[in-house]
Design a protein around this ligand. Structure first.
Ligand SMILES: [Zn+2]
Ligand SMILES: [Zn+2]
Length: 265
């Protein structure tokens, strides 16, 4: 199993230290894992969504030390990654942070619509300000702009906007095809993220329709649990693999030093 999306307690809304995640990965049969904790946010954003800037160097050295330790101990392969928010007008800041460290993999995410963290259950009331059609248009437009930024290797949980179950009654295919084309033009991979199964939408990110569109457009894929607690490392990745096969994939990508390498499903 390959789990390229695992957090740590540093982000402020997860629990567990890196060594606990590696032990859980070994127990779950994960052979390659990537820590992709949340890159710090620009000044002015609330705390609790990402690690603080002062923590970033420690995060990097901690994961690298664990990676070296796992090589000698025969533990899972540990990769250094990060999950970075796409925030308009802050692309330069993100690029600088990504260049400063030897990341293996960079996940790109849209968690914010303007200042609204739309995936935060505490801010769910703000869905009332949007119709599903307007929200989906805005989200997928932002996601297309995000992937075109050139900052990211993989687009994480690509239909996160469905998290609480609100979705347009029809016309999803238009968004799926446009998104898959945008991913293909940008040369990014799509993440098949099992965390959606643990959320109100009760569905892997992305939906089969979007994954099929990605496959048709030639977009490579990765798998991740998005674990925010050690017990979730590797969780439901067999369902992720099943969905990938259903969409026509027979391989996924692992990133090392930000270079993709294909591995069979
Ligand atoms: Zn998180
Ligand atoms: Zn995320």
């Amino acid at each position: 199993m390959i789990d390229l999306h695992v957090h740590t307690s540093r982000c402020g809304h997860a629990e567990g230290a890196v060594a606990e995640y590696a032990a859980a990965a070994a127990a779950a049969g994960v052979r390659t894992m990537a820590f992709c904790d949340h890159l710090p946010l620009p000044a002015g954003y609330p705390s609790g969504y990402a690690m603080a800037w002062r923590e970033l160097p420690d995060y990097v050295s901690e994961v690298r030390a664990l990676a070296a330790e796992c090589v000698t101990s025969g533990g899972p392969e540990v990769l250094l990654g990060v999950e970075a928010d796409w925030i308009p007008r802050h692309e330069g800041m993100v690029a600088e942070a990504l260049d400063a460290y030897p990341f293996d993999i960079v996940l790109g995410s849209v968690h914010f619509i303007d200042d609204w963290a739309f995936d935060d259950p505490d801010l769910r009331a703000r869905y009332a300000e949007w119709t599903p059609d307007r929200l989906w248009k805005r989200y997928f437009d932002d996601l297309s702009r995000a992937c075109a930024s050139g900052l990211f290797d993989v687009m994480a949980h690509p239909d996160l906007v469905k998290k609480f179950g609100d979705r347009p009654a029809h016309g999803l295919r238009v968004w799926y095809e446009a998104t898959a084309d945008a991913f293909a033009s940008a040369g990014v991979a799509v993440e098949v993220n099992s965390a959606g199964l643990r959320k109100p939408c009760a569905e892997i990110y992305p939906a089969l329709g979007l994954l099929r569109a990605c496959r048709a457009a030639g977009v490579p894929a990765t798998t991740g649990s998005d674990a925010h607690t050690p017990a979730d490392v590797g969780r439901d990745l067999s369902a992720a693999r099943h969905l990938l096969r259903e969409a026509g994939y027979d391989s996924i990508m692992v990133f090392r030093g930000r270079v993709a390498e294909e591995v069979g499903l």
